[in-house]
Design a binder for this molecule. Structure first.
Ligand code: PGA
Length: 256
């Protein structure tokens, strides 16, 4: 039995419209809420921007938390099409995913962008869920730690200025996202140990608390091994979070 407090981030990406995202919660609200309560799990639903407001209303009495999938690097102003961290905070989005590999790759987000977004979120009391991960080629060449160090370096320049914040680091190897495959257990144990030490070393003097998530092909099969890796404190779940039955099974299996 897993007695750790675990976090499950449902990253619905752009798969659901606002109505569909709200329905996914409303159609299963009792079961969703019971799932979080039964396991004392932190469940964070991350819908598209347009669903944040209706979902915030639907979650008013729910133990579930709300998260966005991105935020602007800018303060409110003349930035057409952008959504500010201030706006997210007002809506009630307590969490926000940043640096997802899809944004880094498809939308060319840089480590500088991710550092500025970290600043925006921390300044508005939103917990960042910072995604990092290596490509297949970097993995094959033994460059994972080097890549993660580069991705986190600027982010830590920001984090160092803050104290008493919650910060999630989601390790998501690019080659495992949507791929039906995960790294093996020994490899993940090594990476998470390294990550914990890296974050500890870079956080001296500040009282920030880090939580370490794994993401990439978390499903009903892979969770049985992933849950045995003691340093993993939760999961970022993409496609399997779109089906409540699958999501429920993953959460339940994580506690066996
Ligand atoms: P996946 O996606 O669970 O579908 O692999 C994870 C992610 O992209 O965060």
């Amino acid at each position: 039995m897993n007695y750790k407090k675990l976090t499950f981030v449902a990253n619905w990406k752009m798969n659901l419209t606002s109505a569909a995202a709200t329905e996914l919660y409303k159609n299963n609200s009792d079961s969703f809420d019971a799932l979080a309560t039964k396991h004392d799990a932190t469940i964070i639903a991350c819908p598209p921007f347009t669903a944040l407001t209706p979902l915030a209303a639907a979650l008013k009495t729910s133990p579930l938390h709300l998260g966005a999938q991105n935020c602007s690097i800018h303060n409110p102003g003349a930035y057409t099409g952008e959504i500010s961290a201030q706006d997210l905070a007002e809506i009630g989005s307590a969490y926000c995913i940043i640096g997802h590999s899809e944004r880094r790759t498809l939308l060319h987000e840089t480590d500088i962008d991710i550092a500025i977004k970290t600043e925006q979120l921390l300044a508005h009391n939103i917990t960042p869920i910072i995604c990092i991960g290596e490509t297949q080629e970097e993995y094959d060449n033994g460059k994972t730690e080097e890549k993660l160090r580069t991705q986190l370096r600027l982010v830590f320049n920001i984090i160092k200025r803050y104290s008493d914040k919650k910060i999630y680091i989601a390790y998501e190897p690019l080659w495992a996202i949507g791929a039906h495959t995960t790294p093996d257990k020994n490899y993940l144990e090594k990476i998470f140990k390294w990550l914990i030490i890296f974050c500890d070393d870079n956080n001296t003097g500040n009282n920030n608390t880090f939580f370490f998530l794994y993401g990439g092909s978390v499903n009903e099969e892979t969770i049985t091994t992933l849950r045995t890796i003691i340093d993993i404190e939760g999961f970022l779940i993409g496609s399997a979070s779109l089906d409540f039955q699958k999501f429920e099974k993953i959460v339940s299996l994580a506690y066996i």
